[in-house]
Design a protein around this ligand. Structure first.
Ligand code: AVJ
Length: 324
């Protein structure tokens, strides 16, 4: 039997025709910055999977522990619904939820959404074998594209989930707009499950983003390799170094690529030529660390009422189930 015939993957058209306007804008501004979504080409997604296994990187395993503990309860509360995951990656932690829903219903629909097509394809293939009675439809799209699409598709009861503290990548204003968009995408009675990394000492945070094996450094630098193949660029990754610092005032990790010498970079497809000075940096990611009660208030302001929250014994990570 051909397994590929079972695959169900949709590609958002704009993703293929990605115009890179955000890259042009980010590299033309001072200080320079690039959107974190460009981490996730195939190699970047593989490196992220490796990050999740690092001893210093506590978020994934902490969230997995919480999910393992509360998945059955979540399924009990929501009942059968269409499960939509934003930024699903390898869907590893999602297995706890899918197992829980399998206990309450034979049939269930799961829609994993990610910008990284290769990862999504293998994930959907594996899941179809593991959950043969479930309907699993992958969507290759950015969050924005996915939410626009979801807004126009009907589901009897839906739960959108956004795990791993990916919300932390948004600046406060974009975070606000994003949560508003989530709320708009949900019908009254629908659910939103959010996983957020909580505030904790710098001594724990900084090593999580500066691991001793250099995987995070490789992940950060890979963004430039991605831009090279995607936009016919000539970034020399040997001219850049990785750094992650915790900005206490803004409660956020900031990841930078520091340029070691003065040079020019071309991105042919974008018709872009950028000057780099020695010592100049590109901000590639912010990873905000949240306060659970504050987040509940923020969600509430968007009409998303907390049903229940869960944390780990150290209160390092939080999970919020809310309902519109
Ligand atoms: C996927 C955005 C949640 O911010 O911790 C991990 C990405 N960057 N190591 C995070 C990441 C560096 C991760 N998120």
């Amino acid at each position: 039997m051909s397994v590929t015939s079972l695959i169900s993957l949709k590609i958002h058209h704009d993703l293929i025709n990605q115009d890179g306007a955000d890259v042009i804008q980010g590299l033309n501004q001072v200080p320079k910055k690039l959107p974190p979504k460009y981490f996730y080409d195939h190699r970047g997604s593989e490196l992220f999977e490796q990050i999740c296994e690092l001893p210093e990187y506590y978020p994934t395993r902490t969230e997995a522990l919480i999910l393992k503990k509360c998945a059955d309860e979540i399924a009990q509360i929501t009942g059968v619904c269409e499960l939509v995951e934003l930024g699903s990656g390898s869907s590893t932690k999602t297995l706890f939820l899918l197992d829980a829903y399998q206990k309450i219903a034979k049939y269930c629909q799961y829609i994993p959404i990610d910008v990284s097509g290769g990862i999504l394809k293998s994930t959907v293939l594996n899941l179809k074998q593991k959950y043969p009675t479930f309907s699993i439809n992958g969507l290759i799209a950015t969050y924005e594209q996915a939410l626009v699409k979801l807004e126009s598709t009907f589901a009897y009861r839906r739960m959108i989930f956004f795990l791993g503290s990916s919300l932390g990548n948004f600046e406060p204003q974009d975070c606000h707009a994003f949560l508003k968009q989530i709320s708009r995408t949900l019908q009254i009675g629908d659910y939103f499950l959010l996983g957020i990394d909580l505030q904790k000492p710098k001594e724990i945070l900084e090593p999580a983003y500066n691991d001793s094996q250099g995987v995070t450094a490789a992940f950060n630098l890979n963004m430039l390799s991605h831009l090279n193949w995607r936009f016919q660029g000539n970034f020399d990754i040997d001219l850049f170094t990785h750094q992650a610092i915790y900005n206490q005032a803004d409660s956020q990790i900031e990841m930078y690529l520091h340029c070691q010498q003065k040079h020019w970079v071309n991105l042919e497809i974008l018709d872009l030529k950028v000057a780099f000075e020695a010592g100049e940096s590109i901000l590639t990611e912010i990873s905000r660390k949240f306060d659970l009660a504050n987040m509940q208030k923020q969600l509430d302001m968007q009409g998303l009422k907390t049903v229940k929250t869960w944390t780990d014994p150290q209160q390092w990570f939080g999970l919020i189930l809310c309902q519109r």
